[in-house]
Design a protein around this ligand. Structure first.
Ligand SMILES: [Zn+2]
Length: 74
């Protein structure tokens, strides 16, 4: 997702509806876009929090998949 896109200027939806991080629960795409266009440092902080939550979710799924594969072959 390119949060800088004009199409998010009035989008009140969460950055990622499938994500449960505090950024996605509290802030809209429009607000994040506003912060980025305004050069606010908070923009980088909130984007990083969401991105880290996204990668942690991926790693949780990878670990679960590896554990299931190891169990299936044991
Ligand atoms: Zn999120």
């Amino acid at each position: 997702m390119n949060i800088k896109s004009r199409r998010y200027a009035e989008d009140q939806g969460p950055p990622d509806a499938a994500c449960g991080c505090m950024v996605c629960r509290r802030y809209s795409r429009a607000y994040l876009r506003h912060l980025m266009h305004s050069g606010e440092a908070l923009s980088g902080t909130l984007n990083s929090i969401h991105n880290l939550a996204f990668y942690l979710g991926i790693m949780e799924r990878v670990r679960a998949s590896l554990a299931a594969a190891a169990e299936a072959t044991a």
